[in-house]
Write a protein that binds this ligand. Structure first.
Ligand SMILES: N[C@@H](CCC(=O)N[C@@H](CS)C(=O)NCC(=O)O)C(=O)O
Length: 205
């Protein structure tokens, strides 16, 4: 399968998930500004909406939307526990998290990355994000991961989103459980591998 990605973007979430599952994906780097694919090709033909991630399956099907892609990947190796079994209540709990992350956190960040967002709107966006982080902080109290002790695909997603606080200058120190979560997930060997593969780790001096 091929994963179309852009370094550090939300596509890092399925990338991490694939490594956690031991599913080897061919990584195809996309320039989301001009919609070109590294090595040649027009990304608009893969995803006409122009955004990453997109997963192209071996049978030629293309799956888009991060929350759908990570569940598809996890279901290829259901014994991994990265997603609870379909049809169980716990699976809906996972979907509740994925939907929260995508609509209440991910998409709130998006204006901070758009060059045409008016400067005076950015503090409002940050206030809205802070309100969500205020709610999330106690949810992680006493837990390793969003669903408890088990790492799931939702954790990979949240980890990527928290990484965006740095370039957008949001100080996470106000939310110590989120900082601890970020460090815990960031220390996972497969997460380190994915960061390395996307060129996101500083080289040792
Ligand atoms: N609804 C999509 C949103 C994906 C998305 O926002 N992708 C961003 C990177 S995180 C992107 O490619 N933006 C470039 C663009 O929209 O042109 C999903 O959840 O997969």
């Amino acid at each position: 399968m091929k994963l179309y990605y852009s370094p550090g973007a939300c596509s890092l979430s399925p990338h991490i998930v694939s490594r956690e599952l031991g599913i080897a994906l061919e990584l195809k780097k996309v320039n989301t500004k001009d919609k070109t694919i590294e090595g040649g090709g027009d990304y608009s033909k893969i995803n006409p909406r122009g955004y990453v991630p997109a997963l192209v399956l071996d049978n030629g099907e293309t799956l888009t939307e991060g929350p759908a892609i990570v569940q598809y990947l996890a279901d290829q190796k259901s014994e991994s526990g990265l997603a609870p079994k379909p049809g169980t209540f716990e699976r809906y709990r996972l979907q509740e998290w994925l939907n929260f992350l995508t609509s209440e956190i991910h998409k709130q960040f998006s204006p901070l990355f758009r060059p045409n967002t008016p400067e005076d709107y950015k503090p409002i966006v940050k206030q809205n994000l802070a309100a969500r982080f205020d709610w999330l902080e106690p949810q992680l109290a006493g837990k390793d991961y969003l669903m408890g002790r088990q790492f799931t695909v939702a954790d990979a997603y949240l980890f990527v989103l928290l990484g965006w606080t740095k370039p957008t200058q949001i100080d996470l120190a106000k939310w110590p459980n989120l900082v601890a979560f970020q460090q815990r997930v960031g220390a996972r060997p497969k997460v380190q591998e994915a960061l390395q593969a996307e060129g996101l780790l500083k080289k040792a001096a």
